[in-house]
Design a protein around this ligand. Structure first.
Ligand code: AMP
Ligand code: MG
Length: 413
């Protein structure tokens, strides 16, 4: 698996190589967690319903429960009792009578339809109906929605707001999930200082470790933060060893571009099998992927925008695969009309940051968020999508159609 460093690899080729190389590592090691702590976790087994939903036949409308045989034209039916949600009718229901019933109340045995109260004329003697209902009308039958024993969620599903209340409604109080993926993280660079630390001449704050940490936390990973590692062979070797012994995956930032790579490269060749790629994408050209002794490894470029975009496009799907997700989908792409010109040199797939909206005429439009340099992190702050400009494309004039990729929850909740 040697990639000539001179040739550029497409994003698709890189991603396919990564996803082919790895298998889920968390699925054999599961834990049972209460539903209230399961948000963001991944189901480890198929979840089947222990009950029928609805659990009993019940009224879908406020009105009257009837037997169809009693509904001769103009018939006056005495009202023999009532059923409310949570307060079933428990008496005898004589033939030739109706029951007052409210939405969600159990329909009594023998009820063949519920007639909406809007079609009922009531007086002291009883009730008359102005419609003839079909059999079963406005009755929700037991198990209509979910039958006991049906699979409600497969294994490998990310559990979130759409899934967990469904389980709660079935009376399920805990769920078996994959253990969290353990991800080690460090930044390399003598110029880096922790967030909030005073800066000497030539120093900058370590934004990448913070950004990556935020994304890892959002993805439900357990983060092993190894801090800032100086550009020093012994310190780097020790950090790689540490990470390899404790994590499923190590992510580093910096030190993979030309000029610096040799250092890291020699060491990584000693410790594992790593491929340094030049990706045909912008930002994000230098990227490393491979395996240490037992942990997988991703080396992100140092520029903050490049680091964030390579994380989003390559590491995010890798984490989904390693972490046991089977429901990962590549973020969908849409077509939008560019409102602003976009500078682009042919040769690499370009991920510019943009803001899309549906205009008053119902057309999807997008505009740039400004300067797109790989050090300009502010271009993210007001963006809601990537503008994905194809490899061969050159400058885009205002009014041209472009492809956009709306941010998923990782960048925008
Ligand atoms: P490198 O990939 O190490 O050559 O770094 C490329 C550029 O990104 C340089 O300007 C670095 O100072 C900057 N950089 C590297 N790591 C970080 C980091 N963790 N946070 C912010 N900027 C960084
Ligand atoms: Mg560096």
């Amino acid at each position: 698996m040697v990639t000539p460093s001179s040739s550029l690899l497409t994003l698709e080729q890189a991603l396919a190589t990564m996803l082919d190389a790895v298998a889920p590592v968390t699925v054999a090691d599961t834990e049972n967690v209460p539903l209230t702590e399961a948000c963001g976790r991944i189901s480890a087994e198929s979840i089947v319903s222990p009950v029928n939903v609805p659990p009993f036949d019940n009224a879908a409308m406020d009105g009257y429960a009837v037997r169809l045989a009693d509904l001769t034209p103009g018939a006056l039916l005495p009202v023999a009792g009532r059923a409310l949600a949570g307060v079933p009718f428990t008496g005898q229901w004589p033939a030739g009578s109706a029951l007052r019933i409210m939405t969600g109340a159990p329909t009594p045995a023998g009820a063949e339809a519920v007639i909406m109260q809007e079609y009922a004329q009531v007086d002291e003697q009883g009730v008359r109906f102005s419609v003839a209902p079909a059999a079963g009308e406005h009755i929700r039958r037991v198990g209509d929605d979910i039958r006991q024993g049906d699979e409600v969620l497969p294994a490998g599903r990310l559990l979130q707001v759409a899934e967990l209340p469904l389980l709660a409604s079935l009376g399920i109080a805990s769920v078996r999930v994959c253990r969290r993926l353990r991800v080690a993280l460090f930044s390399t660079g003598d110029e880096l200082r922790p967030i909030g630390a005073p800066l000497a001449a030539g120093e900058i704050h370590d934004t990448n470790r913070f950004a990556i940490r935020l994304m890892l936390t959002q993805l439900g990973c357990e983060v092993i933060d190894l801090g800032i590692i100086a550009d020093d062979a012994a310190a780097l070797r020790e950090a790689f060893r540490q990470a390899d012994s404790r994590a499923d995956l190590l992510i580093t930032s910096g030190g993979v571009s030309v000029g610096e790579a040799d250092y890291t490269k020699t060491m990584l060749e000693e410790l594992g099998q790593i491929h340094f790629w030049k990706l045909a994408m912008k930002p994000g050209k230098p990227f490393a992927f491979g395996r240490l002794g037992q942990a997988w490894f991703c080396g992100l470029p140092g520029n903050p925008v490049s680091a964030a975009i390579t994380f989003y496009q390559l590491v995010q799907p890798l984490i989904a695969r390693l972490g046991g997700r089977r429901d990962w989908r590549t973020p969908p792409r849409l077509r939008a009309r560019a409102l602003t010109p976009l500078g682009k040199t042919p040769g690499r797939l370009d991920f510019q940051r943009g803001r899309y909206r549906l205009d008053d005429a119902g057309e999807l439009t997008v505009e740039t968020t400004g300067p797109q340099g790989s050090h300009v992190f502010s271009s993210f702050a007001c963006a809601n999508c990537f503008i994905v400009l194809e490899q061969a494309r050159g400058d885009v004039a205002a009014g041209e159609w472009v492809t956009i990729e709306p941010f998923n929850a990782l960048l925008q909740g």
